[in-house]
Design a protein around this ligand. Structure first.
Ligand code: ADP
Ligand code: ADP
Length: 224
């Protein structure tokens, strides 16, 4: 059964209907792309599925738990430990080194600095970012910053990764590097990846896809 399953989501912002019956299912180890025109509800779908926004109606199940049924404290603890997030612009903390940025989610979860930085160093080594560990974000290219942001999303070993236009600001080489990192998180670590993108070359990394139009989702293709 899917690790994450959102069904029949509805969400309005005042007079604006963002979701009008959208579904999203993703299994462990699977990459699902979410495409569709601007303003169609993709980000709202991702935010509802991740427990960042409460839907007006519909159900979001994660690993046997109903997310809208959890209180804020439990929902944010679950997000912090089990979900990873990558957005279009990495949103690294400019004052921290790349290593400290990658270690940050562990620090926020109460892991000691030593252990957090050891884990972050190991991950950065594996991802080919070892020589950037001491750089600050402002000293890195856009592509390097985004790879650091992906490493930060992976450092807790998340079971679900939510990526909203993760390659949107990158050239195609940097975009491929980011997609290779997300693909290996799915293939090697068994993460479920939800990938919002408008780029067909990026969506081609997915196992399956949905299209969102006017707040409703449809399947884009059968399993490859
Ligand atoms: P997409 O990600 O496909 O571009 P969004 O989910 O961001 O679409 O937005 C869907 C619709 O909901 C749009 O009309 C958008 O303007 C509206 N919307 C999204 N978030 C908010 C918000 N926080 N407040 C008001 N309207 C919003
Ligand atoms: P806003 O309109 O202020 O963005 P939300 O719809 O995101 O509000 O959330 C309203 C309240 O519900 C907040 O207290 C928020 O923490 C909580 N909440 C948000 N998303 C969820 C969810 N998926 N399940 C349960 N509660 C949620």
């Amino acid at each position: 059964s899917p690790l994450l399953e959102a069904e029949g989501l509805h969400k309005a912002y005042g007079p604006t209907t963002a979701l009008a019956g959208a579904d999203l299912r993703v299994h462990a180890g699977e990459i699902v792309s979410v495409m569709g025109p601007s303003g169609s509800g993709k980000s709202t779908l991702l935010h509802c599925a991740a427990g960042l926004t409460r839907p007006d109606a519909g159900h979001v199940g994660y690993d046997g738990q109903e997310l809208p049924g959890l209180n804020d404290v439990r929902r944010s603890a679950l997000r912090r430990r089990e979900f990873g997030f990558v957005f279009q612009f990495g949103q690294l903390v400019p004052e921290l080194t790349a290593l400290q940025n990658v270690a940050l989610p562990l620090r926020l979860d109460g892991v000691s600095r030593r252990r957090a930085e050891r884990r972050a160093t190991g991950l950065m080594d594996r991802l080919g970012l070892a020589d950037k560990a001491r750089s600050r974000p402002g000293e890195l290219s856009g592509g390097q910053q985004q790879r650091v942001a992906v490493a930060r999303a992976l450092v807790t070993g998340p079971r679900v990764i939510f990526a909203d236009e993760p390659t949107g600001a990158l050239d195609s080489v940097a975009g491929e590097q980011v997609m290779e990192m997300l693909t290996s998180a799915a293939r090697e670590a068994g993460a479920a990846v939800v990938l919002v993108t408008h780029d067909a070359r990026v969506a081609a990394y997915a196992d399956r896809g949905i299209v969102v139009r006017d707040g409703r989702s449809t399947e884009r293709m059968a399993a490859r």
